[in-house]
Each structure stands twice: as C-alpha cells, then as structure tokens.
Design a protein around this ligand. Structure first.
Ligand SMILES: Cc1ncc(COP(=O)(O)O)c(C=O)c1O
Length: 409
C-alpha cells in the first residue's frame, strides 16, 4: 500500500461554514451578537436544555460554571486524575482545592468508591469527564452525592452561588463534556444530565468554532434561568452591565461595571462556523460512528483493548479512539507510535495523567497514588478519528496498525 500522510484531527470545514463567515464579516456585526444568540438557542434545543451560553472555550465555560455556583477558596472540588489539565485548572483558577481520584481498573472513568470516600464537609463539587465522547455514569454520581447529603454545608462566595447551593442541597455535579456534544445516556443528552456542563468547540473537537465552548445547566426550580444567564453574561464580559450590541443602540452609551470579571465571550464569526457545524453535525457523528465500528473490528481481531463506544443505554459522540495494547510498556508504546508515524499515521495519547505533569507534581501530587491511571496510560495509543478520513485512509490505518502491533503481541 502506498504511503499516505494521515493527520490526527483536522477540522472539517465545508463551503457552508466559509460562506457563513463571509456573510458575517460583511454584515457589519462580528463580535457577540445575533449569530451567537442563535447558536445558543439552537444548541439548547439540541441538548434539550433551557439555556446555553456560548463562550470562547470549555475551560472558560467550566470556570464560569464553578463561579456561578459560588465555588472558591476553602472549597474542595473532586476531579478525575485521568483527564486534560483544563478540568482541574478551572477549579484551581477559582481558588478551590482540587482532590484527585484514580480511575477504575481498565477504564478512564473515575473510581466511584474512591469518589465517595473523597467527599468531606468541604466538598462543593465533583466534576466527571465524558472522555472520548462517552457520558460518565452520572446515576452513580448522583446516588453518591445524595447519600453524602448530610456532609454538605451550603455556602457560596456570591449571592447567586449561595442560592444555588441552598436550593440543590448536596455536592454539585459538573460535567466536563468537552468531548461529548451530542452524546447521551439513558435517553438524556449531555447537558441535561449534570447540574452544570461545559462543552469544547476547539479546533480538534467533533464540532468546532475554531476556539470556543459553551455552558448549559439543568433547571433549578427555585432560580430563574434569566438570572443565571445574565450572570454568565456579566462574568464573560468584564462585569459590564450592557453588552456591545446593547451599547450600539442610539444614545445608549452609558454602562456600569458591576464586577472586575473576565473576557471570554464568543464572537459572531465563531458562531457563524458553529451554526453550520450544527446543521452538519448528525452526518458528522454518523461518519465517526462508522469509523469506530471498523476500528472495533480490527481491535477485536488483534486482541487489543479499546475504549468501548457501544455501551448499552448510551450513545457516544465518538470523539477519541483509545486503544490499549496488551503486554507492552511505555517504551514499546513509544516505539509503536514512531513506527506508525514513519508510515504517515499520526497518533496521540489521551492522557498522560495529571499527577505526572510538572505543574501538578509541584503542587504535591504523585502518580504513585494513582496506579490505575498510570496503568491505563502506559500502553495507550489514540488513533486518528475524524471526518476527513476516506475509506482508503481508514483501511490504510488498519493495515499499518495491524502489521506493526502484531509484532509486539
Ligand atoms: C477533557 C477536556 N476538558 C477540557 C478541555 C478544554 O477545552 P478548551 O480548549 O475548549 O478550553 C479539553 C480540551 O482538549 C479536554 O480535552
């Protein structure tokens, strides 16, 4: 088979997105405006939630989710050790203390017994990660936080956060669904399941706006969604009482600054891309699913373990294809990655556990305390999974992966 160059995760941008960006540029309104509001409306419809707030990243979305709930100094947030840095960093940015928990044997999902054991009277939140596009087991998480309800001390470092914590009355459940827009579990869409959810629209994600992200939440009967939505607008736009569109109305120059907050709004140029991606998203997911089926078949033949995308009661967004090659160590894994690269197949590793990273080591964590995360990582290779792959590309990847990996198992 002739050598090909297979990118790991290029964006899938069609003429639709390009033309809509051009239309936005010509429209006279390029920052947050009508297209962002339309994308928020359509994403809420898609996720079956009342509101969505579009922002410039999932990291900002997660951080604002914590802020909205009044989480900060003195609070503990439970985070899986097996995730990308953003999951933990957003809690750290808020001043909270991160408590890492190890994963389950042979799964990147957090160990729910360890989660239960980690809850203290200081715990305000647990964040699960819908890794690779598979919705975590929130039924289990809700059961645990309900059982530990007596330990929960509602506080909150702002008025809205105080109200939310009092109304919910237990540890808040957050979803880092950066990978999982469109995924579902037991018939519920990601976004409908956790108390608060963040999504990523980064360039490598299934659904992209270049950079970008969004927050959504489950209705809290005691609290008006307008109040929550308004607070996201303030947090994401300098605490400015009027956004640029409102200020642009004739004679409407005056505004107040109600808090020295952040600048992480989505622009209409980004939203233009998102609106077209959303039109195309069902087909994009279908294509990813077909590739996953082919890879599953290959892994089953080879005896290679993989992240299971086809689980009863859940529908994946098919974001990452994680393979785990039996009997190899980190050194051999690196050798295989190089051999694949020599054949033009770009692969990746999701993830090197956070306690192995310099910043987290310096903060005092040690991978020795997370043996399952280490074991999950050491023989893992992530294969290219994206909608620019042709059938021939997929065949090429399968042939090369099979040939190379067979030498080691
Ligand atoms: C699990 C997870 N959470 C959060 C993020 C952060 O997303 P963003 O780059 O949109 O902030 C990523 C990005 O890759 C991620 O993989």
């Amino acid at each position: 088979m002739k050598n090909r160059i297979i990118s790991f995760s290029p964006p899938d941008i069609s003429d639709l997105e390009i033309n809509e960006v051009i239309a936005t540029l010509k429209s006279g309104w390029i920052t947050t405006g009508p297209r962002t509001k339309e994308l928020e409306r359509r994403l809420a419809e898609y996720c079956h939630t009342s509101r969505v707030v579009c922002l410039n990243s999932a990291t900002a979305a997660e951080e604002l989710n914590f802020k909205i709930c009044g989480i900060g100094e003195g609070d503990e947030v439970i985070v899986p050790a097996y995730t990308y840095t953003a999951t933990a960093a957003a809690a750290i940015h808020c001043g909270a203390k991160v408590v890492f928990v190890d994963c389950q044997a042979d799964s990147p999902e957090m160990d729910y017994d360890k989660l239960a054991a980690a809850i203290t009277y200081k715990t305000k939140a647990v964040i699960a990660v819908d890794l690779g596009g598979i919705v975590a087991d929130y039924d289990k998480i809700y059961k645990i936080v309900e059982e530990k309800k007596d330990l929960f001390v509602p506080s909150g470092n702002n008025d809205l956060g105080k109200k939310i914590q009092k109304a919910v009355g237990r540890v808040l459940v957050f979803a880092d669904s950066a990978h999982a827009l469109g995924a579902s579990r037991n018939g519920y869409m990601s976004g409908q399941i956790a108390d608060f959810t963040d999504f990523s629209f980064h360039a490598v994600k299934n659904f992209t706006t270049g950079e970008g992200g969004a927050s959504t939440w489950k209705d809290i009967p005691e609290i008006d969604n307008d109040e929550i939505y308004h607070q996201y607008q303030l947090y994401s736009l300098h605490g400015q009482s009027k956004d640029a569109l409102a200020k642009s109305k004739l004679g409407s120059w005056e505004y107040d600054i109600v808090g020295p907050w952040y600048k992480c709004n989505m622009t209409d140029i980004m939203a233009a891309i998102g609106l077209c991606q959303l039109d195309r998203y069902p087909q994009l997911l279908e294509k990813r699913k077909e590739i996953v089926k082919k890879y599953d078949n290959m892994c089953d033949k080879l005896g290679v373990k993989k992240l299971e995308h086809f689980e009863k009661d859940s529908t994946s967004s098919y974001h990452l294809y994680l393979t785990r090659i039996p009997g190899i160590n980190d050194m051999i894994r690196r050798e295989i990655i190089i051999k694949l690269a020599e054949h033009g197949v770009n692969t990746n590793v999701h993830y090197k556990p956070l306690p192995m990273m310099t910043a987290y080591k310096e903060l005092g964590w040690d991978i020795k305390d997370f043996p399952r995360a280490l074991a999950y990582y050491e023989n893992l290779i992530t294969l290219p999974l994206h909608t620019k792959l042709t059938d021939e590309d997929v065949e090429y990847i399968i042939t090369n992966f099979t040939e190379i990996v067979s030498q080691y198992i």
